[in-house]
Ligand binder design. Structure first.
Ligand code: DON
Length: 343
């Protein structure tokens, strides 16, 4: 090769490297942009007065309705927050995601499909009619009967042993030791007759094989664990990152089980409004009646919000608005694909 050709080749290589770096940095969203998206959203919805705290669990009615925070944790461990990210609420139904994941890790995904199902019921989360319609099967781990049945599938020597094993699994997702909110556990235990009825019916249909009262109690206790907004975002980010917590760098679950968990979050995570939510955001998500919502942008970030007032479907009003606004401005929707020649 002549000297001139060698020289030209080196120049072409340098230019293409520079162009690659430039286009990569164009695809990256800057810290300032993410913080601005969070701040704008927070300002826009902070004073919104809509919805009501859940009150069918009496202590939830007393939780401060003004708690409002939003957090993002990216798959490379960057953390962005706005508002109150320290106040804790009970995790409630968001726990169902991680109990499902636990059982998949312990017994395989087929065990969930066979015993509980992975289909949306189209009925409210504590529907007795849904059990009757499907004879306790063909439901999913996020409606109460499916969730209590899923809890009953966890192996362990005693109720305490099962609770502690699953709670430790939640801790690994959050990257810290979470604490039980005793007042919530006591309040819900005193008023969960409907869940006891659901569990007994599931027992009658052979979907719960252990003592249904014990399964209901463990389920109630797991839902009473306290979380803040940052915990929820970290838990979501661990799912977004294929099962490795991006803050602690610990492998929490096998990546082979993530897609199944996200699929049920997408179809049933926001209950009766799952379709509308997916239409607007494209994000697998899960809400809890404590006011938390977490959502997953696979391969990108976990995002979460806490704000206790709920809408009719049982989802946080401000949480939904905030996550939708922030995620969409960060191109979080995995279905929003740009044609390759327009990039
Ligand atoms: O079983 C219950 O009623 C509560 N522990 C959980 C319900 C819940 O969070 C439903 N979510 N939106």
């Amino acid at each position: 090769m002549s000297f001139a050709i060698k020289y030209l080749t080196i120049i072409v290589l340098i230019i293409s490297c520079l162009l690659a770096v430039h286009s990569d940095s164009q695809n990256q969203i800057s810290d300032a942009y993410i913080n601005e998206a969070l701040e704008d959203t927070y300002k826009k919805f902070k004073d919104l007065k809509a919805g009501n705290n859940a009150d069918y669990i009496p202590v939830l009615a007393e939780v401060d309705s003004n708690i409002f925070g939003v957090a993002i944790v990216t798959v490379d461990g960057q953390v962005y927050t706005v508002g109150d990210i320290e106040s804790e609420v009970s995790i409630q139904s968001i726990a169902k995601v991680f109990t499902m994941a636990y059982v998949m890790e312990e017994s395989g995904l087929q065990a969930i499909i066979d015993n509980v199902g992975v289909d949306a019921t189209g009925d409210v989360f504590n529907s007795i009619i849904a059990i009757e319609k499907y004879q306790g099967q063909y439901m999913n781990p996020f409606v109460n009967p499916g969730a209590i049945a899923t809890t009953s599938m966890v192996k362990g020597k005693s109720a305490d042993d099962i609770y502690h094993k699953v709670a430790a699994f939640y801790d690994a997702f959050a990257g810290r030791t979470l604490t039980l909110q005793d007042d919530v556990y006591i309040s819900e235990s005193a008023t969960n007759q409907r869940n006891q009825a659901l569990a007994s019916l599931m027992f009658a249909y052979g979907r719960i094989k252990e003592d249904p009262a014990r399964a209901t109690d463990i389920y109630t206790k797991l839902g009473s664990i306290g979380v803040n907004t940052l915990d929820l975002a970290t838990m979501a980010a661990t799912l977004a990152n294929g099962g490795v917590n991006p803050i602690t760098a610990k492998k929490v679950m096998r990546h082979e089980n993530i897609a199944g968990v996200l699929a049920v979050m997408a179809t049933a995570g926001m209950y009766d409004d799952a379709g509308q939510w997916l239409f607007k955001t494209g994000l697998p998500a899960k809400s809890g009646v404590g006011g938390g919502i977490l959502a997953v942008s696979p391969g990108k970030f976990g995002i979460a919000s806490i704000s206790p007032p709920l809408d009719e479907a049982g989802n946080s009003v401000k949480g939904q608005l905030a996550i939708e606004a922030v995620s969409n401005s960060l191109n979080g929707n995995p279905y929003d694909v740009v044609p390759i020649n327009m990039k």
